[in-house]
Design a binder for this molecule. Structure first.
Ligand code: HMG
Ligand code: MG
Length: 312
């Protein structure tokens, strides 16, 4: 039996500074956020999701997006993305000189209401002017779709609902579309089915997989998505995160775990895994959280042993 051919190169989009931190109860100091973004761009990420221009009443942790964007040191090789649910968010993103804006919809009506306070249909209408303005300003436009593999309120989500939202976002001119497993319930078989249906609706090289790791399936899901031909994945350093509107959902899949998987398969990412491991240690300590990356913890222990050996 012939084996599926895996992509030779994968783009890993680091979403820790946004998806990873948005759910932290204690306000993370702005300089810590800036240091995090800078360490990530220095590690070689082509794309860092750095801030969110949403209502501060809804997500107080992201209220300092403009300060974060003003404080970072721009790396010429990095695209800095921000979330923009409406024109107010877009204006702030434009002023902050974001490279890419992200409009975010859901494949589930119930989640759309809880997350952005409107129906899927209303959200698309709200995104239209944002999409137009992004194109006029020459910014990249990304569309994100929550709950493609399950919804915390509705349960199962039909694949047709995912495809329907893909078509709506494609019509708005999205350069890239994210298939998100918001609550980490997906399994590899379902992931393959969803990705293959998505790829019939939108060019596969511009589709990404955004997996949360609540049920520990995320790296298996990424492997299934790779076999389906997906070559863009999102992850959070140290597995930071959770979703304020998806109770019980844990963080994104850890970047360190994804890089270990990809590099082990001989896939190029252009990212320095050791540098990401150090960044994972930095941010976990800075916010007083246990590092959720198993690869991160294992490699840190090895680095520590090597440091101890050089001290004797
Ligand atoms: P709303 O209350 O329906 O909106 O919220 P509104 O237009 O009536 O505005 C209410 C107030 O918010 C007003 O202020 C606005 O000015 C202000 P007030 O007059 O009461 O003082 N406001 C804003 N302020 C700053 N920036 C803005 C903005 N917009 C309005 N852009 C809204 C609708 C969409 C704004 C709200 O529901 C919201 O901000 N939701 C964001 C939810 C969110 O950030 N969720 C997490 C990100 S999505 C995610 O994590 C999923 C993803 O990772 C993929 C996956 O895993 O599924 C991407
Ligand atoms: Mg997410």
């Amino acid at each position: 039996m012939s084996q599926p051919v895996l992509p030779q190169r994968v783009k890993v989009v680091e979403v820790g500074p946004r998806d990873g931190l948005q759910n932290e109860k204690q306000q993370v100091p702005t300089p810590t956020k800036i240091a995090l973004v800078d360490q990530l761009s220095a590690a070689g990420f082509q794309n860092v999701e750095s801030a969110s221009f949403v209502s501060p009443k809804w997500v107080p942790q992201m209220a300092d997006g403009s300060e974060v964007m003003a404080g970072i040191t721009r790396s010429p090789g990095t695209v800095y993305s921000v979330l923009t649910p409406n024109m107010k968010g877009f204006e702030a993103a434009l002023a902050a000189k974001a490279d890419e804006v992200v409009i975010f919809a859901a494949a589930s009506e119930a989640f759309s209401q809880r997350n952005i306070n409107c129906s899927i249909e209303e959200s698309i209408a709200r995104f239209e002017p944002v999409a137009r303005a992004a194109k006029d300003a020459g910014l990249r436009l990304r569309g994100s779709i929550s709950c493609c593999l399950g919804c915390p309120y509705q349960g199962d989500v039909p694949i047709e609902s995912v495809v329907n939202v893909i078509q709506r976002l494609a019509a708005l001119g999205c350069d890239e579309i994210d298939i998100a497993d918001t609550i980490g319930v997906g399994t590899p078989g379902r992931t393959r089915d969803v990705m293959e249906a998505a790829a019939r609706a939108f060019p596969i090289e511009r589709l990404s997989g955004h997996f949360h790791d609540t049920y520990g399936q995320a790296t298996a899901n990424i492997y299934a998505a790779l076999q389906s031909g997906i070559s863009i994945f999102h992850s959070s350093v140290a597995g930071l995160g959770g979703c304020p509107y998806a109770k019980g959902a844990t963080g994104n899949v850890a970047t360190e775990d994804v890089l270990y998987l990809l590099h082990g398969l001989g896939i190029t990412t252009g990212i320095d895994l050791d540098a990401v491991v150090r960044t994972g240690d930095f941010i976990s300590k800075a916010i007083g959280r246990t590092n959720a990356s198993r690869v991160g913890r294992a490699l840190l222990a090895k680095m520590q042993d090597a440091d101890d050996a050089t001290c004797v």
